[in-house]
Design a protein around this ligand. Structure first.
Ligand SMILES: NC(=O)c1ccc[n+]([C@@H]2O[C@H](COP(=O)([O-])OP(=O)(O)OC[C@H]3O[C@@H](n4cnc5c(N)ncnc54)[C@H](O)[C@@H]3O)[C@@H](O)[C@H]2O)c1
Ligand SMILES: [Fe+2]
Length: 386
């Protein structure tokens, strides 16, 4: 059996990295940029940081900013029409996972129009052509959609989120500039950071994990544990610091790993909560993380003990079992310190059967190291009910 690693062709990291964007477009000879972003980022002037650079370089661009959090099939289809109307030849996406995922789907459909219905892209999509050339600029520190081969779209009609996995959607260039994340409020910094921690822990314990992805995941867990509290404090105070920079890098490293091996039951359940109740993705992941770790512990106890060490827990004198419990406790403590809610008040008892079925049908579930049946998933959801 062989393993596969897919990453960006080029990635830039650090404050001021967005200055590299015009050169990356010009040296490839592209003429018109389709900028895919969202309305809040336009309002806060975040998108403008990139479009000002395009203006300065004399590069023509057209803005599509109708992406909503947990983006919909409609967002993608409207974006495809906007791309055609703009007569653009490349994409720069500025945003969190929602804008970047929408841009990925648009870029895929432009070059593979037989998937214009969007739904047919679910799972491992059999596209034949690479997406439109894309530069991805994350403005949150969590999803790592700028480096992953996945995107997640909401089917409003069927009340479900679906994951599309396709090596043709990996953006060629990622520009991970912590200054693009500076306007994130504390709550968003916390929830997106916990999404990144969930990627790293699920990626480290998923069925397909191997040495190369282990390396990324352990480093990401270490960096997130060191930096997330500081990043949240910096977002509250407005003072610059090293936490935000650390989180920008950590979430990207987690993405280098999980994109190549998959996730597990936490993300499967989290997607379901977002589809039914519009729960922000990072909040859903974070609430479920210690619960998913507890459920998986019997089959990944040694791996969870490694997580404890990566999180900075002194495990000297502990048994493997105790160290695994210490990892779960450390995750709970970190969630509490950054004010993640413990319960999801929106969950309705009479919908538990449906959301459990949906979670088991999610593309992330098969990566989970331990099998769960319907009743078990219902019990797991009950643990985060009010
Ligand atoms: N492609 C992947 O591999 C992958 C991985 C994990 C999650 N996801 C998906 O990504 C989506 C979640 O993305 P997200 O958590 O980054 O949030 P998001 O993109 O949904 O953004 C949430 C809100 O935060 C605002 N925001 C973003 N950056 C900001 C900034 N710098 N300052 C102020 N406000 C800002 C946005 O305008 C939006 O209102 C979900 O749909 C999830 O399923 C994708
Ligand atoms: Fe995620």
């Amino acid at each position: 059996m062989s393993n596969r690693i897919v990453l960006n062709t080029i990635s830039y990291h650090g404050a001021g990295a967005i200055k590299e964007i015009p050169g990356e477009i010009q040296r490839r000879g592209y003429q018109k940029v389709f900028v895919c972003s969202d309305p809040d980022l336009v309002k806060f002037g975040v998108t403008k940081k990139v479009t000002d650079l395009l203006d300065e370089a004399g590069i023509a661009w057209s803005l599509y900013d109708e992406v909503k959090p947990n983006p919909t099939i409609q967002n993608v289809q409207d974006g495809v029409e906007a791309f055609k109307a703009a007569e653009a030849d490349c994409i720069v996406t500025v945003g969190g996972g929602s804008a970047m995922d929408t841009a990925k789907a648009i870029g895929i459909i432009i070059n593979n129009p037989e998937f214009a219905d969007v739904r047919s892209l679910e799972g491992v999509a059999p596209t034949t052509k690479h997406a439109v050339f894309t530069i991805a600029v994350p403005t949150t520190a969590g999803t790592a959609a700028e480096v992953t081969i996945n995107y997640v779209i909401t089917d409003v009609e069927k009340v479900r989120k679906f994951v599309c996995v396709d090596t043709n959607d990996a953006p060629e260039v990622a520009v991970v500039d912590p200054e693009m994340m500076a306007t994130m409020p504390a709550g968003l910094t916390a929830s997106t950071g916990m999404d990144a921690l969930t990627h790293a822990i699920e990626g480290y314990t998923t069925k397909g994990a191997w040495e190369l992805t282990d390396m990324f995941h352990l480093k990401a867990i270490e960096l997130i544990s060191k930096n997330l509290r500081d990043a949240v404090a910096e977002a509250k105070s407005g003072e610059p610091g090293s936490g935000r920079e650390g989180m920008a890098l950590a979430q990207y490293i987690a993405g280098m790993g999980f994109s190549n091996v998959g996730l597990g039951i936490d993300h499967a359940m989290a997607h379901t909560l977002s589809a039914h109740y519009d729960t922000p993705h990072g909040v859903a992941c974070a609430m479920l993380l210690p619960i998913a770790m507890e459920f998986n512990k019997p089959v990944v106890v040694e791996r969870l003990a490694d997580v404890a060490v990566a999180m900075g827990v002194d495990t000297t004198g502990m048994t493997t079992d105790e160290a695994a419990d210490a990892a779960i406790a450390a995750v709970r403590q970190l969630s509490e310190d950054v004010n993640i809610p413990k319960v999801c008040e929106a969950i309705k008892a009479d919908e538990l059967d449906q959301i459990a079925d949906d979670a088991l049908a999610d593309a992330c579930y098969p990566g989970n190291p331990r099998e769960a049946d319907h009743d078990t998933v219902v019990e797991l959801f009950k643990k985060i009910m009010a």
